[in-house]
Design a protein around this ligand. Structure first.
Ligand code: SF4
Length: 454
């Protein structure tokens, strides 16, 4: 459980499917962990685009009646966590617009680093914005682009953008998918087979969506690639020089462990992280326990490597609202207690290794140590399956500012004292690299080293 990193939206696109809205719905349901503020789907039947979006979880926004209104062979969908914009419904996606070439609906995962500059320019030229979202820039740029056809207009518009973006754009007849040249956020391509034997396509932020809707994973959308779906099938074009720097934090926390992200199964990598952590930071203890849910796979790895028994010593209540919804410190701390309950019978008089994925503000770790002490733990050794977080993210993840990142302002020893553990260790950057195990390691890890590629 990490209560201080906030996920960064999910997108889905469906093309040439008999039940496009329902495939989009189940895909969004599978990716609910990436955003819980609002959900929306737009579909096209070739004549017009219909959009339904609302604040709330996927199951709160859609029902049989609303899904029945979303007719069509193609769909785009979005789960929102607000990384840019505010919480109003105007900032939910898909963003829909009518312009001189017809109708368009856009969904976006990521964060544009030059959004402010482009918006100021557009406003000076007379553009009127309906939302605070950086995504709205793209609609204006497409509508104002000089090119004749939509494909060229999208290319002209996208080439002005900087930062992290996975866009899925629906026109009445076609669907367009674009991933930024760095590939910060994941985006995968899958294939579905309709009941008449015809083939359709699904693109989604995570492959766990494919499992639910019965799509076959084909490949990742490449950094800098544009996919164009039409009645003629799928066409791929490389529109930006690729310079892959995918987000390493997808492996540590954001993605579901059953997803294949950047070509690797997240569960395996998290277990490797736990094993590396055990090699780098051995300790004598009676139990290894995860902070659920994101610490579970790493704790299994730590236990396997160290030989210390694994127990689910802390039980998570899944029915409590997410702690970050309430910003005040007091409520945040109360909610940790509401969410996590240790099993006293397992913890009492034990030397416990606690595995969590990261330390951000330090307040959650402090609460966890406190509830374990209250249960009579003899020693508490906090082990973190990532390096210390010292810099915020500008690529689509809502992180606290630098002054709120505890490892940016305190020494390792001071952090340990603040959280009240007997010891505290982090996975090293080298250990992280070994856990991922690729030959040409080229991931974005700016939140650990402050080196921003854009
Ligand atoms: S800064 Fe951190 S969270 Fe943001 S993209 Fe890079 S690795 Fe991911």
């Amino acid at each position: 459980m990490k209560t201080e990193w906030n996920e960064e939206c999910a997108v889905v696109g469906v093309y040439n499917a008999q039940n496009a809205a329902s495939i989009a719905y189940y895909s969004l349901f599978a990716m609910q962990h990436r955003g819980q503020e609002a959900s929306g789907i737009a579909t096209s039947n070739g004549e017009k685009i219909i959009t339904i979006k609302k604040n709330g979880l996927v199951t709160e926004v859609f029902c049989d009646e609303t899904l029945n209104k979303l007719k069509g062979f193609s769909a785009v969908g979005h789960n929102r966590y607000s990384t840019a914009g505010n919480d109003s419904i105007a900032d939910a996606q898909p963003l829909f617009a009518r312009y001189d070439l017809g109708e368009i609906a856009i969904v976006h995962n990521g964060n544009l680093t030059n959004a402010r500059q482009i918006r100021d320019e557009l406003i000076k030229e007379g553009a009127i914005f309906q939302s605070y979202m950086d995504t709205e820039n793209l609609i204006h740029l497409i509508a104002r682009a000089k090119q004749e056809n939509l494909i060229d207009r999208i290319k002209e518009a996208v080439l002005r953008l900087k930062g992290a973006f996975c866009f899925v754009i629906l026109s009445r007849k076609k669907m367009f998918v674009i991933r930024d040249r760095y590939g910060f956020r994941p985006l995968s391509l899958g294939e579905i087979v309709n009941s008449d034997g015809s083939k359709g396509y699904v693109v989604a932020s995570e492959t766990c969506a494919f499992d639910l809707v019965g799509a076959k994973y084909l490949r990742d959308v490449e950094p800098g690639e544009m996919l164009i779906f039409s009645k003629n099938g799928m066409e791929s074009q490389s529109i930006m020089l690729p310079n892959p720097h995918p987000c390493v934090f997808e492996y540590i926390y954001f993605a579901r462990p059953d997803s294949r992200v950047f070509g690797r199964l997240v569960y395996d990598i998290r277990k490797n992280m736990g094993e590396e952590l055990a090699r780098e930071n051995p300790v004598e203890a009676d139990l290894v326990i995860p902070v659920p849910d994101s610490g579970v796979a790493a704790a299994l790895g730590y236990s396997r490597q160290s030989g210390i028994p694994f127990e689910l010593g802390i039980i998570r209540n899944h029915y409590v609202g997410r702690t970050f919804i309430e910003p005040t410190q007091q409520i945040r701390e109360l909610k940790v207690k509401l969410k996590l309950n240790p099993i006293r019978e397992l913890i009492e008089n034990k030397r416990v290794v606690v595995i969590d994925d990261s330390v951000v503000r330090g307040t959650t770790s402090r609460q966890i140590v406190k509830i374990l002490r209250d249960c009579g733990a003899k020693e508490i050794h906090m082990k973190i399956s990532s390096p210390p977080t010292i810099s915020p993210c500008y690529y689509g993840v809502d992180t606290p500012s630098r002054e709120d990142l505890i490892s940016a302002k305190m020494s390792h020893q001071e952090v340990c004292q603040f959280i009240g553990a007997d010891s505290l260790s982090f996975l090293s950057v080298e250990g992280l690299k070994r856990s991922i195990g690729v030959e040409n390691y080229q991931y974005c890890q700016a939140c650990f080293d402050g080196k921003y590629i854009v």
